[in-house]
Design a protein around this ligand. Sequence first.
Ligand code: ATP
Ligand code: MG
Length: 661
Amino acid sequence: MAGIDSVLQEHRIFPPSEATIARATISGMAAYEALCKEASDDYAGYWARLAREHVIWKTPFSTALDEREAPFYKWFEDGTLNVSFNCLDRHLDNGNADKVALVFEADDAKVTRVTYRQLHALVCKFANGLKSRGIKKGDRVIIYMPMSVEGVAAMQACARIGAIHSVVFGGFSAKSVQERVVDAGATAIITADEQCRGGKNIALKSVVDEAFALGGCEAVHSVIVYQRTGNACAMQAGRDVFLGDLLAGQSEVCEPEWVSAEHPLFLLYTSGSTGKPKGVQHSSGGYLLHAILTNKWTFDLKAEDVFWCTADIGWVTGHTYIAYGPLACGATQIVFEGVPTYPDAGRFWRVIQDQKVTVFYTAPTAIRSLIKASDTTPTAHPRNYDLSSLRILGTVGEPINPEAWMWYYEQVGGSRCPVMDTFWQTETGGHVITPLPGVTPLVPGSCTLPFPGIQVAVVDEAGADVEWGKGGFLVIKRPWPSMIRTIWGDPNRFKTSYFPADLGGKLYLAGDGAVRDAKTGYFTIMGRIDDVLNVSGHRMGTMEIESALVSCSELVAEAAVVGRPDDLTGEAICAFVVLKQARPTGDAAKAIVKQLQDWVAKEIGPIAKPKDIRFGDNLPKTRSGKIMRRLLRSLAKGEEITQDISTLENPAILEQLKQSL
Ligand code: ATP
Ligand code: MG
C-alpha cells in the first residue's frame, strides 16, 4: 500500500501585513524558527521554560517530562496548581479585576456583562455549593448545560475543587447522556431547566430524567438545575436542587484544591465522525499551558481584544478557547447562546459589529452555510455590516475548502485579517498545526506549519517519513504537554488507537491523512484515514476532490465524497453534493452531474472524476457540524446503516439521500 496521492494545487499566497507583524507577540519567521530550534535543542527544557513563565504554580515542578511509562506520558507531575486559580484569581490583583471577562449574548440578543471579580465570586460560590453536596476531588460531574455564564462557571467550579467534569453537548439525546454518565461513572449532573436556541425553548432537565429512566445512573446523587427560563420542570426531592438555592448563602471565598499537574481536569467524548465516541482524558498543568500558549500565539490575544469563539462548551474548542484559555489570558470574550441563522443569517456579523469583536473563531461548516445563506438572502451578507473591528480570523473542525477560505478572508475579514486554519483534535488539547498571525504567509486550505515545539510529521504505513509532496499519515513524534492522557476506563484502546504497533508504537497517530507542500513544507489535511479512496491503485484523500467541487462556486455549496466498490477501478468515487439552488431532478440533474464531472476532471484530472453524483438538501453531520462520511459510504454501497449514529445531527437526511440513489 503506497502513500496517499495529492492531486490539487493551490498557488495563492497571503503574507502577513506589516501591521500584523508589528503587533504580534511572535513576530516574524525568525522568531518562530528560534522557538522551534529551542524545542529541538532541548525539548523538555523548552516546555519547562514556558510552563514556568505562563502558568502559576503553587509548588514548582522538578521534572518536565516523564517517559517511563510511555505512552502514558506525564508532564510537570510533581508541580501543583489549580486551573481555576490560574483563570480567575490571577486577575484579581493585576488590574484586571473589573475588566469584563464574559459578554453573554443571549438567543434573544439580550447582553449581560460579567467582570473577572464577579465571575470569581460566582465560581467560588458554585464550588462551595458543589462541596456542600459532597462532591470532591476526583469525582466525575456531567455538565449538560446551554451556552451560558453558568455553564462556564460550572466548569470552573469543578476545576476549583478538583472534580473532573465531562461536558455533554446540550443537543445530545437522553441515550448519549446516559452512556456518558455510565462510562464516566459520574455522581453528579449540572444541567438547566431549558435552553433557548433560535427562538425556541428546548428542554434539558427532562432529558436528564429520561437518561435516568434508561437505567445505570444510580450513582448520581445530585442534579443541579440552573433555571434558564424558569419554566416548570420535575424535581426529585433530595436529589435535584435548583442552582439558585444551592448558591444562596454560599461564601464567595473558596480556597482552591491544589492538585498535581497530572490530575485529570476533564473527560470529553470525541465527535464520533469515524466511530463510537471515545472518552478523552486531559491533565491540569500541561493542558492549561497549551491553552494559554495557543491563545496568546495563534490568536495573539492582547488586553484590548474582544475574542469570540462560536463553538459550544460541549466541544473541546469550547473548553480550550472559551472556558479556560481566554480566561487564563485575561481576555474579554463573547459567550453566545444562539444559532448563526437566528433571527437571520446576519447574526454573527451583527454581534461582531455591535460588540466590536477583534478575533473571531468559527468552523468551516458555519462558513459554508453562511455563504449559501448570504447568496440567497443578500441582506444577510457580511458586506452590510461594519466588521472593521476584526483583526484575526480562525477556523477549526474540518478542512476548509480554499473557496470557503477566500470568502471568509475577503468578505468577513475585508482582505485585511489573516485566517488561522487551526488543525487539532479533542485528543491534542489545543492547536498543533496552525499559522501564527505575525509569522506565516497563508495558503488557502493549508493549516501551514507546526505550532512551535510540536513535532508533527507525515509518515508511511511503516512509520517512516515520506518525502514532501507525497501524502501519508499525520503523526506527532514526541509527547507534548496537552496531549490526551488516556481513554477513560480503556487504557488498552488508548494504546492501540493512538500508538499503533505497526508504526513502531512510539508515534501518536492522529487518524488524518496529510501532505506537505513540496517547496514550503506546509501541511494540508487530506481527510481522515478511514475515508481514503482507492481508485485504480491511487489512494486519494477526500478533501481535495471535495474542494474541487466546492470551487465550482456558482453551483456548489458543499460536497462530500466517498468510495464504493467498483469492478473496474476497485473503488469508484461517489459525491454527495448540496447545490446553492434547489435540488434538481430529471434532465436538469443529469446536466449538472455532467457539468460537475467535467469540472473535476479539468480541475484535478480524470482519475478524480466522480462516477456518481447525488444531490441532497444537506449532508449527514455530527452535532458539531462535521460531515459523517462513514454513513455516506454505507449509503453509496446500498447497505443498511447499523453504525453508531448517536452524534448525528440530522437523521432525516439519510432517508432523503437514500431516495436520491
Ligand atoms: P471521532 O474521533 O470520534 O471520529 P472527531 O475526530 O470528529 O471524532 P474531534 O476531536 O472533534 O472529533 O475532531 C478532530 C478532527 O477534526 C481532526 O482529526 C480532523 O479530522 C478534523 N479537523 C479539525 N481541525 C481541522 C483543520 N483545521 N483542518 C482539517 N481538519 C481538521
Ligand atoms: Mg478523531
